[in-house]
Design a protein around this ligand. Structure first.
Ligand SMILES: Cc1cc2nc3c(=O)[nH]c(=O)nc-3n(C[C@H](O)[C@H](O)[C@H](O)COP(=O)(O)OP(=O)(O)OC[C@H]3O[C@@H](n4cnc5c(N)ncnc54)[C@H](O)[C@@H]3O)c2cc1C
Ligand SMILES: O=C(O)[C@@H]1CCCCN1
Length: 393
C-alpha cells in the first residue's frame, strides 16, 4: 500500500468517501466481495463532527412506510452477523412504543405495517398504557402500539465493528484525509489532503458534507443540514425508566415534529429524549448559535417531559450535538450520479438511517458494481426531486 502523500501505484476497484456508518457499511460489503476498496475519512477516527457518533440509536421494524419495514427484515440479520464477527453485543432489545391520538393517520399506518409484516406487537389504550408503563402519563384518547423486536444499537461500538470488519477483509481505511477534488471519468481520480488515488468507481457518503462534494460534480441535492440537540434527562428514582426496568424506546407522534426517547442505559440515571428536528446549521460551524431565534426544541421537550414523564426532572442534564441531513420527503438518496454512472451517492438519511445502514451499504455496493439492487429504488432516486437545476445534468 502507498504511504500517505504518495500516489497509489495500482487502481482501486472502489473508493468510498466518508467513514460514517453508511460509508463504512458500503466499504465492508465491497471488501467482503473481494473488491479492492479504499475508505477515506477527513477527520481522525473516531470523531463526533458528523451523524454517526454517540452511544445509542433506535433499531425497529416499525415504520409508517412499508419499504423500510421490508428492508429492516434483512438489516436485523446483517446486524446479527456483524455482532457475531465482532464478538461483542451491538444491540439490546427493549421494545418500542409508538404513541399518538388513536385517530392519527400516521399511527394507523404504523399499525398496518406491523400487522402486515407479522411483527410481534401489542395495541394499548390510554388506560392499558397507564397500567403497563406507570412512568408514562398518557392523555385521554391516546393510543399506543408496540414493536417488541425494537431496541437500542450501541452506535459507537457498531461503527468501530464495521470498520474493523472492513479491514479484516483486506480493505484500506485512511482517516485524516480530506477529499479536496474528484475528477470523473472511466477511471475516477480522487485528490485528498494526503495523496492522489484512482478507482473504477466512487461512492460518496459524506453525510452533511454531501453537497459540498457534489457541487464541483455539477449536482446539488435538496438537502437541509440541521443541528440536533441530544438531550439527556435525570430520573428522580435512578433506573425507573431504565432498560432493566423494561422501559421501552418510544416515538411520540407530535405536531409538527416527533419526540423520541431511549431508556436509561449508557449514562446511568439519564434518559435520552430528543426532538426530531433542529436548527439549520453548516457542519463546519455546527455549534455557532443560530442568528435568528432558533427552534424552541428544548422548550418543547421540557413541556413534553413535565406533562408526560413525571418521574424525570424537566430540565436537560446533559446536551450533546449531532447532525441530520434531511431530504424534503425524509426518504434517503441512493442513486448513481445522473451524468457519471460510476459515481454512486448515498445521502439525506434524515435522522433515521443508522438501523438501515447494513442494507444501505449493500445497495450502494450493488449500484457501484453494476448489479441490480435487491430492493425497489423508486423512493430513493435523485429524479424524484423536481427542482434540480437542469444545467447540472
Ligand atoms: C441525534 C440523532 C439521533 C438519531 N437517531 C437515530 C436512531 O435512533 N435510529 C436510526 O436508525 N438513525 C438515527 N439517526 C440517524 C443516523 O445516525 C444517520 O442517518 C447516520 O449516522 C448517517 O450516517 P452517514 O454515514 O450518512 O453520515 P456521517 O456519519 O456524517 O458520515 C459522513 C462522513 O463523511 C466524512 N466526510 C465528509 N466530507 C468528506 C471529505 N471531503 N473527505 C473525507 N471524508 C469526508 C465526514 O467526516 C463523516 O465522517 C440519528 C441521528 C442523529 C443526529
Ligand atoms: O430512526 C429512529 O428510529 C429515530 C426515530 C425518531 C427520530 C430519530 N430517529
Amino acid at each position: 500500500m502507498a504511504a500517505a502523500g504518495e500516489p497509489h501505484s495500482s487502481l482501486y476497484d472502489t473508493i468510498v468517501v466518508g467513514a460514517g456508518i453508511q460509508g463504512s457499511f458500503t466499504a465492508y460489503h465491497l471488501a467482503k466481495r473481494g473488491r479492492d476498496t479504499l475508505l477515506l475519512e477527513q477527520f481522525p477516527l473516531p470523531h463526533s463532527r458528523g451523524s454517526s457518533h454517540g452511544q445509542s440509536r433506535i433499531i425497529r421494524h416499525a415504520y409508517a412506510q412499508e419499504h423500510y419495514t421490508q428492508m429492516m427484515a434483512e438489516s436485523y440479520g446483517l446486524w446479527e452477523q456483524l455482532e457475531a464477527e465482532a464478538g461483542a453485543p451491538l444491540y439490546r432489545q427493549t421494545g418500542l412504543l409508538v404513541l399518538a391520538a388513536n385517530t392519527n393517520p400516521e399511527f394507523q399506518r404504523f399499525c398496518q405495517t406491523l400487522a402486515q409484516h407479522h411483527i410481534p406487537s401489542e395495541l394499548f389504550t390510554a388506560e392499558s398504557l397507564r397500567g403497563r408503563f406507570p412512568g408514562i402519563r398518557p392523555y385521554c384518547g391516546e393510543a399506543g402500539v408496540s414493536d417488541r423486536t425494537a431496541g437500542v444499537l450501541y452506535a459507537d461500538r457498531a461503527l468501530r465493528a464495521v470498520q474493523d470488519g472492513f479491514r479484516r477483509c483486506g480493505g484500506a481505511l485512511r482517516d485524516s484525509e480530506q477529499v479536496t477534488d474528484i475528477q470523473p471519468g472511466v477511471v475516477v481520480t480522487v485528490t485528498t489532503s494526503g495523496g492522489v488515488y484512482q478507482a473504477k468507481s466512487l461512492v460518496i457518503t459524506a453525510g452533511p458534507w454531501a453537497n459540498k462534494l457534489l457541487a464541483p460534480l455539477g449536482l446539488q441535492l435538496p438537502l437541509q443540514t440541521l443541528r440536533i440537540n441530544v438531550c439527556y434527562w435525570k430520573e428522580k428514582v435512578p433506573g425507573a425508566y431504565g432498560v432493566s426496568a423494561h422501559f421501552p424506546c418510544f416515538l411520540a407522534i407530535c405536531d409538527p415534529h416527533h419526540i423520541y426517547g431511549l431508556p436509561s442505559n449508557e449514562y446511568p440515571g439519564l434518559v435520552k429524549i430528543c426532538y426530531h428536528s433542529g436548527s439549520p446549521a453548516d457542519p463546519e460551524e455546527r455549534d455557532r448559535p443560530p442568528e435568528a431565534s432558533g427552534l424552541p426544541d428544548i422548550q418543547v421537550l421540557q413541556d413534553f417531559v413535565s406533562k408526560y414523564l413525571p418521574g424525570l426532572v424537566p430540565e436537560p442534564a446533559v446536551v450533546e450535538h449531532c447532525m441530520y441531513t434531511n431530504t424534503p420527503d425524509e426518504d434517503f438518496v441512493l442513486d448513481r450520479h445522473p451524468k457519471f454512472s460510476n459515481i454512486v451517492i448515498g445521502a439525506g438519511f434524515s435522522g433515521h438511517g443508522f438501523k438501515l445502514a447494513p442494507v444501505v451499504g449493500k445497495l450502494l455496493c450493488q449500484l457501484s458494481v453494476g448489479e441490480e439492487p435487491s430492493y425497489t429504488m423508486e423512493p430513493f432516486g435523485i429524479r424524484r426531486f423536481p427542482a434540480l437545476p437542469p444545467a447540472a445534468l
